[in-house]
Write a protein that binds this ligand. Structure first.
Ligand SMILES: Nc1ncnc2c1ncn2[C@@H]1O[C@H](COP(=O)(O)OP(=O)(O)OP(=O)(O)O)[C@@H](O)[C@H]1O
Length: 290
């Protein structure tokens, strides 16, 4: 079943003059069709300003389509009667962990979400414990969020979303404000959650190396989906990716260069192990010839 689906989604922001009068519109999303099936890991890549955040905000009805439609867990987000359902089905994690954490103690913060959903107290504590364990932050349950690192804060924010038991988690550049250690921590957490909770994950990012395990990638540029496919398919088109101003991983560029020079290296290399193996194979084949 489709967990998330957009159909010819269009979103236009209003342009205003200094007095606040609407003087026109600008199209941030232009006829976008994406879909995510239950349990899938879907990545949305794109340079700054390509429309990723605007798209993400449609997936839990923060924004409503100007044209077209968005379906979450089978519910149309434009239907006011389904708003609660939609928001409960798709949890959001944003870029800045500081804007998402409101509690003064970690466990209290994680409990806010389920409390707002009217979950009984006993179950709230159970969910808080389970979600903090899932993100590897249980030993910080009594700490103040202020003293945590960026990566740790983001994991607490993720625990807060997990505690609401959404069917789908939409992460809008969750690692953008983190250092490399924090980025790795958060990504590891995301992968663990997918395995343990079978939750659908939509990861929005401009870091290509974060999406090598995705079931499917959508690349956005100027409000449109310009590429879609498996990581292998997407990463094999290095020149096209560069034209969308994406930072192609060094290993992919290197493999591509070697192939262009006539070496028999497969297309779409994603990991350094793959390149090392391909080069080793070439060396041993070469040795045999001699
Ligand atoms: N509140 C707003 N009002 C008017 N225009 C906006 C607003 N928010 C975004 N835009 C414009 O819509 C387009 C898409 O922006 P969006 O933030 O969705 O892109 P993005 O890919 O998420 O970029 P980033 O990586 O910088 O967050 C941009 O041209 C942006 O300037």
């Amino acid at each position: 079943m489709e967990m998330i689906q957009t159909e010819k989604l269009v979103y236009e922001y209003e342009k205003r003059d200094e007095e606040g009068n609407v003087i026109g519109t600008s199209r941030a999303i232009d006829e976008v069709d994406i879909e995510a099936k239950e349990g899938q890991f879907i990545a949305i890549l794109g340079h700054n300003g390509s429309g990723k955040s605007t798209l993400a905000k449609h997936l839990n009805a923060i924004l409503m389509p100007t044209e077209g439609s968005v379906w979450v867990n089978g519910k149309n987000t434009s239907n006011p009667d389904e708003l609660w359902n939609v928001r409960q089905s798709a949890g959001m994690v944003f870029q800045n962990p500081d804007n998402q954490i409101i509690g003064t103690v970690v466990e209290e913060d994680v409990g806010f979400g389920p409390e707002n959903l009217g979950v009984p107290t006993d179950e709230i504590w159970q969910r808080v414990e389970e979600s903090l364990k899932a993100v590897g932050m249980i030993e910080y349950r009594h700490h103040s969020p202020n003293k945590l690192s960026g990566g740790q804060k983001q994991r607490v924010a993720i625990a807060g979303v997990v505690a609401m038991e959404p069917k789908c988690i939409v992460m809008d550049e969750p690692t953008a404000m983190l250092d490399p250690v924090g980025r790795r921590e958060v990504l590891k957490t995301v992968h663990k959650l997918r395995k343990q909770k079978k939750v659908t994950v939509i990861l929005i990012t401009h870091y290509m190396e974060e999406v090598v395990d995705a079931d499917k990638i959508f690349v956005m540029d100027h409000g449109k989906v310009v590429m879609e496919g498996s990581p292998k398919e997407i990463f094999s088109k290095v020149d096209e990716l560069k034209s969308y101003r994406l930072d192609v991983p060094q290993v992919t560029i290197l493999a591509d260069e070697l192939r262009k020079r006539g070496l028999d290296i497969p297309k779409g290399v994603l990991r350094k192990e793959e390149l090392v193996e391909a080069v080793e194979r070439l060396i041993s084949e070469n040795g045999e010839k001699k």
